[in-house]
Design a protein around this ligand. Structure first.
Ligand code: ATP
Ligand code: MG
Length: 567
């Protein structure tokens, strides 16, 4: 395509609203434009890359025997009501009514609809297993849409669903999807790790996330270099760090601590490490109020807590509730005398002679001991993992990193098939519930993640596989007939070889053209300048600093070879 005719509205300035590289570059390189918070239009260059990412995913899904179909984004409420998710999604679901006042939503994910479809059409064990997928627009009214298409309110997801006769079949389908995901992300040029994830309220038997390590990722990964353990921070298991301190039980002592509420104020006041405190946090779990105890310097892992309690809503109790339960101002909660369930983290169960709130404004207790001074309703792993914790698998120090979740695979089991009665008849004519898995990839998020991992100060450095075009030809002086002759020759020959080529035929200064070529990140640039009269051009890869001189034919051959090798 000739650049003079292309719609590529590049920007010189960094748009103020964009905080991260991929968002800035997608706007600056003219790949997309914002329409409203979390809603974007893809412009021609951006859409080409988006389609290539879709195509890579499609090919890898098809290779594993998954079959593509397409469902509506506008969905009747009844299936989500049957599964219970009409409530569970809460404000994240876009809801609307038709002219007859019937409820609809814009699909946030399609488990219910796939299950319904398979239920209606598949009756016999002979028709299983089945893996169906679509690449389709999803809608979620995210609380905080941000980082451009990384977390948007409308996005494209590849969502797949597997239907098997039993758990063993599910394991096989899951492995197929695992392989397809690895291949697809490899082909996109993403550097990712696969981590164990929480199955949570969905109740499945296993789940993994594909995380692209990046400082702008909203997920936290805990991993071990020694044994390969990797889990997201919601799932990562914590082992108690220190065994019971080898100390006599000291007598419980009430201490006046006026205006000392936070852990920082307490450590100052008592002049000791936060490791000697146990904080008591009051939570509201659906309609129940519970107390959770973790060491002073730890955070509660709310996912673990929610799983333990099996609740739908979980939040810290408001000040009013805290006052009512503890009979004290916020900041003085403690376990002694509380008549609600007290859930204690493993690590706290290992502590001795520690400091706790006294449930009385302005007071704490010193030398508290579990068992003697208060009873735990339950002792469980309830805290968030941190860097340096012992690996739950091998004991080596854990490392943490931020990551972008680009994909998620999930063994659902029978949650949806049971709720929607998706059954089949087995060899003996007996009715059985199908066993399901679901598998998602965020297509737009992949595009942003590729840019996060492949850019420099001048712009995007597209991997060949997803570049909107492969080669850009830049004649330095468009009024020079020799230069333009060679540019046209290379343009034609590359096109004939099946290479996707741009010819920058704009009458612009060369500096402007080079800047644009770097910004939009085309993998190969062929520049035709003064040496054109000697048949010499300049050949440069976007990812390399230096250019090479080549004859016209060499530049064509090198480009074709390079693109074919890297597709
Ligand atoms: P997150 O924790 O980031 O909100 P999720 O767990 O809600 O993700 P899933 O429901 O598993 O995501 O969706 C499958 C995939 O869709 C995710 O792995 C992610 O790549 C993508 N995705 C989810 N929400 C968004 C969004 N708001 N914008 C862009 N992509 C998204
Ligand atoms: Mg989400």
């Amino acid at each position: 395509m000739r650049v003079s005719q292309m719609f590529i509205p590049t920007l010189r300035e960094v748009p103020a609203e964009a905080e991260i590289a991929s968002h800035q570059l997608m706007l600056r390189a003219g790949l997309m434009r914002k329409l409203a918070a979390g809603i974007y239009s893809y412009l021609p260059l951006g859409y080409r890359t988006l389609r290539k990412i879709e195509q890579i995913i499609r090919e890898e899904m098809d290779r594993e025997g998954a079959q593509e179909l397409l469902m509506s984004a506008l969905l009747p409420a009844e299936y989500y009501q049957q599964s219970g998710r009409w409530e569970v999604f809460g404000p994240e679901m876009f809801r609307l009514k038709d002219r007859h006042e019937r409820n609809f939503c814009l699909g946030p994910t399609h488990e219910e609809i796939f299950t319904e479809t398979v239920k209606n059409e598949v009756k016999s064990y002979r028709q299983l297993p089945l893996i169906l997928y679509q690449i389709q627009t999803k809608y979620r009214d995210e609380r905080r849409p941000r980082f451009g298409v990384m977390r948007s309110r409308e996005f494209i997801m590849k969502d797949a669903y597997s239907f098997d006769r039993d758990e063993k079949g599910l394991d096989e389908s899951y492995q197929k999807m695992y392989r397809a995901y690895c291949k697809a992300f490899d082909r996109m040029g993403l550097d990712y790790i696969v981590v164990d994830a929480d199955t949570g309220a969905m109740g499945g038997s296993g789940s993994q996330e594909f995380m692209v390590k990046s400082d702008v990722g909203e997920g936290v990964i805990a991993f071990c270099d020694a044994c390969g353990y990797a889990a997201n921070d919601e799932k990562a298991r914590c082992v108690p760090q220190e065994a019971l301190r080898d100390e006599e039980n000291k007598p419980l002592e009430k201490v006046r601590t006026p205006d000392v509420k936070t852990i920082e104020e307490l450590t100052d006041f008592f002049g000791c490490s936060p490791k000697l405190f146990a904080k008591t946090l009051i939570y509201k779990a659906d309609d129940k109020v519970v107390a959770v105890m973790v060491r002073g310097d730890r955070d509660v892992n709310e996912t673990k807590l929610q799983n333990l309690l099996g609740c739908i809503e979980l939040e810290m109790a408001d000040a009013h509730t805290v006052r009512e339960i503890t009979k004290a101002e916020v900041g003085f909660a403690g376990p002694i005398g509380l008549d609600i369930d007290i859930l204690v983290d493993l690590e706290v169960a290992n502590m001795k002679n520690f400091i706790i709130g006294a449930n009385e404004t302005g007071f704490h207790y010193k030398n508290a001991n579990i068992g003697r001074d208060f009873k735990a309703t339950m002792v469980e792993d309830l805290r968030k993992i941190v860097e340096g914790d012992a690996c739950p698998q091998c004991g080596h120090p854990i490392k943490t990193a931020q990551g972008i979740e680009v994909g998620h695979i999930f063994k659902l089991g029978t949650k949806y098939s049971k709720a929607l009665q998706c059954t089949y008849l087995d060899e003996n004519g007996k009715e059985q519930v199908m066993v399901m898995g679901c598998y998602g990839i965020g297509v737009n998020r992949c595009m942003a993640a590729v840019i996060e991992q492949n850019h420099d100060e001048n712009g995007i450095i597209w991997p060949v596989s997803v570049a909107p075009y492969h080669v850009i030809i830049v004649p330095v002086n468009t009024n020079d007939e020799v230069q333009m002759g060679i540019a046209e020759e290379i343009y034609k020959k590359l096109q004939d070889a099946g290479i996707e080529v741009m010819l920058d035929d704009r009458n612009e200064r060369p500096g402007v053209k080079f800047k644009d070529a770097d910004l939009i990140g085309i993998p190969v640039r062929i520049t035709i300048g003064k040496k054109a009269k000697d048949g010499i051009v300049e050949y440069k890869l976007r990812k390399e600093k230096e250019a090479e001189e080549k004859t016209v034919q060499e530049s064509i051959d090198s480009a074709v070879q390079y693109i074919r090798d890297n597709l």
